[in-house]
Write a protein that binds this ligand. Structure first.
Ligand SMILES: Nc1ncnc2c1ncn2[C@@H]1O[C@H](COP(=O)(O)OP(=O)(O)OP(=O)(O)O)[C@@H](O)[C@H]1O
Length: 239
């Protein structure tokens, strides 16, 4: 369970996240949608304790993320798949992460297999394509077999097979009763993947609803999303 209440983040005079409150419940894939600059990544960073909020709070398993013991075993996150040291092999990268979190090498082999990277495990990450980096980031998120998954744009750069893999993975994790929060700009993909949607714009909550609640009055989720966000797009700060 993730609980966000009154969450606010200001950067100087700009408010990136504005008094946001929502819950992400276990057993569902919750899609996190919004226009460019809506505050999605900032919200995920606040949930993961990568930045302090200006006001409000975000709790994971009932605690602020920085207070979790063995965080990698509790929460798996994919934020910036590019942020990996390029001179390490995929296997060494995962082994290093695993060792620093008390996870054994057997689990590294498992997540390499799970993410389709076994054949390239010894290759330097610097030579990986964007899609392979995404898979590596997801492998890292799965290392601790966590109950909560937080993925920012996980299908970015993935080929159709990879997109299907992510969709099935998120679905399977939710079916096991885990908490899954996933942001995406691909509305058609969210229509296939998500059970529940949280939509934000300009840092504020626009909708917190089951997927069916949003699509009932529109032919497609894209139509519903565009109707909901029309008039809320201003790309503050986006060059
Ligand atoms: N470190 C920062 N300093 C100043 N402004 C920031 C910082 N991080 C984010 N912002 C601003 O906060 C706003 C929200 O950005 P954020 O990246 O959270 O949006 P997003 O919904 O993830 O966008 P996108 O869909 O384009 O990735 C933007 O206006 C952005 O420029």
């Amino acid at each position: 369970m993730i609980e966000v209440s009154g969450l606010t983040k200001r950067y100087g005079p700009a408010t990136a996240v504005d008094d946001l409150s929502f819950q992400v419940r276990p057993g569902l894939v919750t899609g996190f949608l919004g226009p460019n600059g809506a505050g999605k990544t900032t919200t995920l960073r606040l949930i993961l304790g990568l930045e302090p909020p200006s006001a409000g709070r975000a709790l994971v398993h009932g605690r602020p993320y920085p207070e979790l013991r063995d965080p990698l075993l509790r929460v798996g996150a994919l934020l910036d798949a590019g942020a990996v040291q390029g001179d390490r092999s995929a296997r060494d990268h995962l082994r290093w992460l695993a060792a620093s979190n008390g996870i054994g090498p057997r689990r590294v082999a498992e997540v390499l297999e799970l993410s389709g990277l076994t054949g390239v495990a010894r290759r330097r990450v610097g030579r990986f394509s964007l899609g392979m980096r995404q898979r590596l980031g997801i492998a890292a998120a799965l290392l601790g077999d966590p109950e909560v998954l937080v993925f920012d744009e996980p299908v970015n750069g993935l080929d159709p097979e990879g997109v299907r893999w992510i969709r099935d993975l998120l679905r399977a994790r939710a079916t096991e009763g885990r908490t899954v929060l996933v942001s995406s700009h691909l509305i058609s993909e969210m229509a296939l993947t998500a059970d529940h949607l949280i939509v934000v714009a300009r840092g504020r909550l626009l909708a917190d609803t089951p997927l069916a609640g949003l699509t009932a009055r529109f032919p497609t989720l894209e139509d519903a999303y565009l109707s909901l966000t029309s008039g809320h797009v201003d790309y503050r700060g986006v060059a």
